[in-house]
Design a protein around this ligand. Structure first.
Ligand code: SAH
Length: 573
């Protein structure tokens, strides 16, 4: 819940706008502000105060405790110009809240947390448990002091501006240097070290009916302790369907704060394990529960099956096994839009900032370089190296990294998505971020040429035989569909566009409107409206798309307009 507190009429008006925008999420605290702030601080996860920062600082001072658990507090000034993240920037989410409030009220978000203001990922905002001196290591990162990143377990983290990276199995960073270590081993952070705990461990659990939660929990914790593994890296407990509701197992997962997943006996029976046995085979239909359930997703068996030990000497009621699962890398295929920064979607921006590796054509990398987090590894290449880029991106994701593969417009349209996904296997996560493709950017400039059915056709015959291209142009001509030509003409390919236009002219009037847009939304954008008969192909190049209307397309007030279908009957041909 977000507590809203105001003192003046202007504050109350802004407060009510937030309350209206957040039904069920916000609560208004009336009455004397001191009492209101104290009550909201005790009852809410976040506060928005329409009060001077000084007043709020004085009221909050005696209430502040731990920055990890205190509410995040945002102050908005009387004029509604600024939304200041005052305390709890990260832990309390005040930085995010300031941005959201800013968006809703048209106020400028003011964020002073160092890592946010230089675009660095805060060590405590990565979604992983952290241990150690976060403040000291963050300061070192910000000051550009050498910080070593030792990723013992690969995990798809955003970029960190570290000086050196250590791969798995390399020696410990030298004493006295700053370090970020990504590990599931139960080591304590050194003096100048932060440890990030990836959710890399899966604990398989088997249990007899009525196994007490203490017995299950002691077994699991003991197994982790003996293997020197951190309980904070446990991602989940895993078991067989028949035990999915076993109270001791369910409660153990709850106490560890992790989900419990269950698999069918059939599926578990198909998993190769080192220690199968007859007892579970008879009871639930699989020769292994703990080891098999832990190994379903693959990985390395760190703790083979072990049984609980009971103080009363009775037979064990629980078994467990621990597996380090393979890191799932993440490949984001991101469309950057046609060029203008404000046609890059917020989602594309977020994916660029979530990546630690960026793969793309050098000219597209230049388009967004300033948005990347410091420390992002950039793998850029020149024109033509498309398949190599696709392979590189997939290989980096397979190594467990968070990768963004970029393309202009939409990355799925004559671009990187298909070669990349042709290489990708199901051991990585893939997300696509759509972008404004050239045909749409050009359409908006020309008017409404795509108001009815339309196709895009690439005239590049580098990867497609000309016969195929021509057949498709002919089909579009016969079906009277609006056509946008991509890759229309280059120095070495100059006869294809005239040929394609001639095919269309066989089915459309010479006066059919044709829109030519060059560098849509880029600084040297230009566009012109002409006709099938009037288009001079020599004025077209590779920075251009050409949109040819259908028999219903008209020029109206200098704009290209294709009527919607329901106008069809009124315009007999
Ligand atoms: N993925 C891109 C298309 C890549 S093919 C997209 O979705 O837009 C390259 C062709 O796209 C160019 O030859 C040109 O025809 C067209 N194109 C890309 N960006 C353009 C822009 N800003 N203005 C005009 N045409 C563009």
């Amino acid at each position: 819940m977000i507590g809203l507190i105001s003192a003046t009429a202007a504050g109350a008006a802004a407060r009510d706008r937030l309350a209206a925008a957040w039904p069920g999420r916000a609560r208004v605290y009336d009455g004397p502000v001191g009492e209101a702030v104290r009550a909201a601080f005790a009852e809410c996860e976040q506060l928005v105060c329409f009060l001077a920062t000084g007043a709020v600082v004085r009221l909050l001072a005696p209430l502040l405790g731990d920055k990890a658990s205190d509410p995040g507090v945002v102050c908005v000034d009387e004029g509604g110009r600024f939304a200041v993240s005052l305390v709890g920037g990260h832990g309390g989410g005040a930085n995010e809240l300031a941005r959201e409030v800013g968006g809703l009220l048209g106020a400028e978000p003011v964020v002073t947390t160092a890592t946010d203001s230089v675009g660095m990922a805060g060590l405590d905002t990565l979604g992983l448990p952290v241990e150690g001196d976060v403040a000291a290591v963050s300061r070192a990162l910000l000051d550009g002091e050498p910080v070593t990143l030792a990723a013992e377990v690969p995990w798809p983290l955003p970029a960190l501006p570290v000086a050196a990276r250590q791969a798995q199995g390399t020696p410990e960073p030298a004493e006295g240097t700053y370090a970020v270590r990504v590990t599931d081993r139960a080591v304590a952070p050194g003096e100048r070290e932060v440890i990030l705990r990836p959710p890399s461990l899966v604990v398989g659990v088997g249990a007899s009916s009525g196994a007490p939660v203490e017995e299950v929990l002691e077994l699991v914790e003991g197994a982790l302790r003996d293997a020197e593994l951190s309980v904070r890296s446990v991602a989940r407990l895993a078991t067989v369907d028949a035990k999915a509701a076993e109270p001791g197992v369910v409660a153990a997962a709850e106490r560890l704060g992790v989900p419990l997943v269950a698999y069918s006996a059939e599926e578990l029976a198909g998993v190769a394990v080192p220690n199968p046995s007859d007892a579970p085979l008879a009871a639930v239909g699989t020769p292994s529960v703990a080891e098999a359930a832990a190994l379903v997703g693959g990985g390395e068996l760190l703790v083979p099956k072990r049984k609980s030990q009971r103080a009363d000497g009775r037979p064990a009621m629980a078994t467990c096994a621990v597996v380090r699962r393979p890191a799932r890398g993440r490949l984001a295929v991101v469309g950057l839009g046609p060029g203008a920064r404000d046609l890059l979607t917020p989602r594309a921006r977020a994916e660029l900032r979530r990546a630690s590796v960026l793969v793309g054509l050098d000219q597209y990398v230049d388009q967004i370089r300033d948005l990347l987090r410091p420390g992002t590894r950039i793998l850029e290449s020149g024109l033509g190296a498309e398949e190599e880029r696709a392979r590189t991106a997939v290989a980096e994701a397979r190594r467990g990294h968070a990768v963004a593969l970029i393309g202009s417009g939409d990355a799925g349209v004559y671009a990187m998505a298909s070669p990349a996904l042709a290489e990708a296997s199901d051991d990585i996560d893939v997300v696509g971020v759509p972008g404004v493709t050239a045909a749409l950017a050009a359409g908006a400039i020309l008017g409404a040429p795509l108001g009815h059915d339309h196709v895009s056709i690439s005239l590049s015959d580098l990867h497609t035989p000309w016969e195929v291209i021509e057949r498709r142009v002919r089909a579009a001509a016969e079906a009277d569909i609006v056509v946008t030509f991509y890759n229309p003409r280059s120095r070495g390919r100059d006869w294809q566009l005239p040929k394609a236009l001639a095919v269309l002219a066989g089915h459309r009037e010479p006066t059919t409107p044709v829109g030519v847009v060059r560098n849509a939304s880029r600084p040297d954008e230009s566009s012109r409206l002409t006709t099938l008969a009037g288009l001079d192909p020599a004025t077209v190049d590779m920075m251009t798309v050409v949109t040819v209307g259908n028999t219903a397309t008209r020029e109206i007030a200098g704009r290209m307009v294709t009527p919607r279908g329901y106008r069809w009957q009124e315009e007999p041909k």
